[in-house]
Design a protein around this ligand. Structure first.
Ligand SMILES: [Zn+2]
Length: 316
């Protein structure tokens, strides 16, 4: 594995949590085959809480106006704030972070003092005797003087040291930094494939509807109503995404469904049985169901009504 990896993806793509999962894997002491961390060892638990002593963070920071005369701040000055912010939202945006720092009208920087800090920290052995990971969030905010200081260590870090960079604007990185990292592109969330189970529930319902079996539709609704609120919400969100994929195929634009060959073939079976008015009506019904779920209405009534909306909209 490369010792310097650059995750790039737009804000909200989950690039930062993905870098964290890799860090968790690198630091895990009970790793399994297939690239997954065990999730239960002390290292995994510490990584999840962002308290692992060999997991280091560098993020852009700054001080609000009145305090700017003091020395330039470094990440360690705000470590507790960063931890809390990350745990609250692992996919935190740059502006949300600046809001926490109370510097909303200013930009954060990764300055030369920060680069000095990184080099100093990595001079010593790792605390737990294993690997160590330095996550640099938004390296595009790195001052050129900091970047230049880091070039050598990025190219040849001590054995067991990994740099994981997470950037939303990789084109703004110095080419000298970019060229030293192995790139990993994190696709936007809406282009990422949904799990098989997301399709199954919707396909079950569609099968009953298309076969003209109201008893099956009712059974399906009762099963959905018996599930927890979170999986009910997840079904609605997944159904909206899947129907968007069907709609793209229906329109003859399968590439915009972002599906692989097998998934596209399976989606096509349903898409050809649908119609423009079906898509319009069903989107409305799903939006209504989603809003009603937020208001904690009776789940059985809600899913019965939704399931029969599907059924009726699909009858020709
Ligand atoms: Zn572990």
């Amino acid at each position: 594995m490369s010792h310097a990896i650059l995750f790039s993806g737009e804000e909200g793509s989950g690039a930062l949590p993905q870098a964290l999962s890799l860090a968790k894997y690198i630091l895990c002491s009970g790793k399994k085959d297939g690239g997954t961390a065990c999730g239960i060892c002390t290292s995994c638990r510490k990584t999840a809480q962002i308290t692992h002593p060999d997991l280091h963070f560098v993020v852009p920071v700054n001080r609000s106006g009145s305090q700017s005369s003091v020395r330039l701040p470094v990440t360690d000055d705000f470590l507790d704030l960063w931890r809390a912010a990350y745990l609250e939202n692992p996919d935190i945006t740059e502006q949300e972070w600046y809001k926490k720092l109370e510097i909303e009208n200013k930009q954060g920087v990764i300055g030369a003092a920060e680069a000095g800090n990184i080099i100093r920290k990595l001079q010593f052995r790792s605390f737990e005797g294993g690997a160590r990971v330095m996550i640099i969030w938004l390296p595009e905010r790195m001052h050129p003087s900091a970047a230049n200081k880091l070039l050598k260590i990025l190219e040849e870090p001590a054995p067991g040291t990994y740099f994981l960079l997470v950037s939303h604007r990789p084109d703004q990185l110095l080419p000298t930094i970019r060229s030293r990292c192995m790139p990993i592109q994190v696709p936007p969330k809406e282009q990422r494939p949904l799990g098989r189970e997301a399709y199954e529930s919707l396909e079950n319902l569609l099968d009953f509807c298309l076969a003209g079996k109201p008893s099956g539709v009712l059974e399906w609704a009762e099963d959905m109503a018996s599930q927890g609120r979170e999986s009910q919400k997840a079904f609605i969100v997944a159904a909206q995404r899947i129907l968007r994929q069907y709609y793209m195929i229906f329109l003859g634009l399968p590439r915009l469904a972002f599906l692989d060959q097998a998934a596209e073939t399976s989606a096509r079976r349903y898409a050809v049985r649908m119609s423009e008015p079906f898509f319009q009506k069903i989107y409305e019904h799903l939006n209504t169901a989603s809003a009603r779920l937020e208001r904690n209405v009776n789940a059985k009534a809600l899913f019965c009504s939704l399931a029969f909306d599907f059924f009726l909209s699909l009858q020709r």
